[in-house]
Design a protein around this ligand. Structure first.
Ligand code: ZN
Length: 75
């Protein structure tokens, strides 16, 4: 079965002294905390079942990876 898999090719920029830090965002990951539902069943102050927003994805159902690459001298 096919599987979507993000791949990041790491390569130093042309001018690493001027651009020592790279930052990129990779989105479209299903939230593992709520399993992509975006909410959980919870109880309100009267004991009634209510939908509560996922605290991790804030109800968006998806997560993004914020990747930061810092170019430094090798030790
Ligand atoms: Zn979530």
């Amino acid at each position: 079965m096919s599987k979507k898999q993000p791949i990041l090719f790491v390569q130093p920029p042309m001018f690493p002294n001027e651009q020592p830090v790279e930052r990129m965002e990779l989105g479209g990951f299903k939230c593992t905390y709520c399993h992509g539902n975006g909410w959980f069943w919870g109880l309100d102050e009267y004991g009634e079942h209510i939908k509560q927003e996922c605290p991790v994805c804030k109800g968006k159902k998806r997560l993004k990876a914020v990747v930061t690459i810092e170019w430094k001298e090798e030790q």
